[in-house]
Write a protein that binds this ligand. Structure first.
Ligand SMILES: [Zn+2]
Ligand SMILES: [Zn+2]
Length: 161
């Protein structure tokens, strides 16, 4: 009670740096995990910063790097939130389930937008990393690249052709 978000996140970052010395923590515009550079990006100004920080650290602990199908990404996101709840207990951070659910909803919406056939709105299946096909009308459509935890900026972009 009373501690500012910024103060609590900096003390949390300090503890995480000690416990996970192999991970770099870098201030960025958004929360993100970069498996290539083993870096967690964070931004104090975003609401629920502590929860999001624990979520990104969870991606690193679980060694999340690649996924081949969009549904796998949703599984990775869910796993990272489950891990974040464990970390929240360890570091005494209040983590509201709504934070995780709201975040996962953005992925569910994204997945739904990507997998909906632009011609007939049937639910398509993913045939490779960037293409879906409709089982009803056989339309194939291209989707944009999306990376772990960097999706929210792209979720509104719906491929129409
Ligand atoms: Zn279709
Ligand atoms: Zn994530």
């Amino acid at each position: 009670m009373g501690a500012t978000t910024m103060r609590s996140i900096s003390s949390l970052i300090h503890k995480l740096k000690t416990d996970y010395p192999e991970v770099s923590f870098v201030k960025g515009d958004v929360f993100a995990w970069s498996p290539e550079t083993q870096t967690v990006f964070y931004n104090n100004d975003i609401p629920h910063a502590s929860a999001l920080l624990l979520h990104e650290v969870s991606h690193s602990i679980l060694e999340h790097s690649q996924y081949r199908r969009d549904v796998e990404l949703l599984a990775l996101e869910t796993a990272a939130w489950d891990k974040a709840y464990e970390l929240a207990q360890v570091y005494h951070i209040a983590l509201n389930t709504d934070t995780a659910e709201d975040n996962l909803d953005t992925y569910r919406d994204w997945l739904h937008a990507r997998s909906t056939c632009p011609e007939c709105t049937a639910n398509g299946y993913q045939i490779n990393q960037y293409h879906y096909q409709c089982p009803a009308c056989t339309t194939i459509w291209k989707v944009n690249e999306a990376r772990v935890c960097e999706l929210r900026r792209r979720t509104v972009q719906r491929t129409t052709k």
